[in-house]
Design a protein around this ligand. Structure first.
Ligand code: INI
Length: 156
């Protein structure tokens, strides 16, 4: 029999930081609501949640890196929305955000979630921010809870 390591969705005493960008705020505020909903429904107390607002998705990695390196949080979420139709430099902003958040996780060992919508149209962003295609903020929060428990379950 192989050794199987699985996570759980336990949240007792967990502390989460959520950084959310102001660009496309009508979308990102819904991602934040989704993330907060998910955490509360899984038993995370508001006292264990810190929300940090930043300018745009391009700035998320630096904020995430500082939060993750602070030692104050079990996981960090990055929430944002980059919309191709409205962004001539879409690839740069979206790519920097994704690479930077991944780098912050690897550099600190703290789970850092990528809850950034990278879509072609505003309609697609709306669909993924709490309407027919779910809520990417909620998904990022679920992944954060799972990752905190998963890393604790891996020995060493
Ligand atoms: N930032 C976003 O989060 N989403 C966007 O769609 C966007 N557009 O369209 O340009 C955007 N740009 C701002 C960028 O993230 C930085 O804040 C800015 O370049 C300053 O560094």
């Amino acid at each position: 029999m192989p050794t199987i390591i699985e996570s759980s969705f336990e949240t007792t005493g967990h502390r989460y930081a959520i950084t959310v960008s102001r660009w496309n705020e009508f979308i990102t505020k819904r991602l934040l609501e989704g993330a907060l909903d998910c955490m509360r429904m899984h038993g995370v107390d508001d006292s264990g949640i810190t929300v940090v607002h930043c300018p745009g998705a391009f700035e998320l990695p630096l904020v995430v890196h500082k939060l993750a390196g602070s030692g104050l949080y079990d996981a960090v979420l990055a929430l944002g929305a980059v919309i191709r139709g409205a962004t001539p430099h879409f690839e740069h902003v979206a790519g920097q955000a994704a690479n930077g958040v991944a780098s912050a996780a690897l550099a600190t060992g703290v789970p850092c979630m990528f809850g950034v919508l990278t879509v072609d149209t505003i309609e697609q962003a709306i669909e993924r921010a709490g309407s027919k295609a779910g809520n990417k903020g909620w998904e990022a929060a679920m992944a954060a809870i799972e990752m905190v428990n998963l890393l604790r379950a891996i020995p060493g």
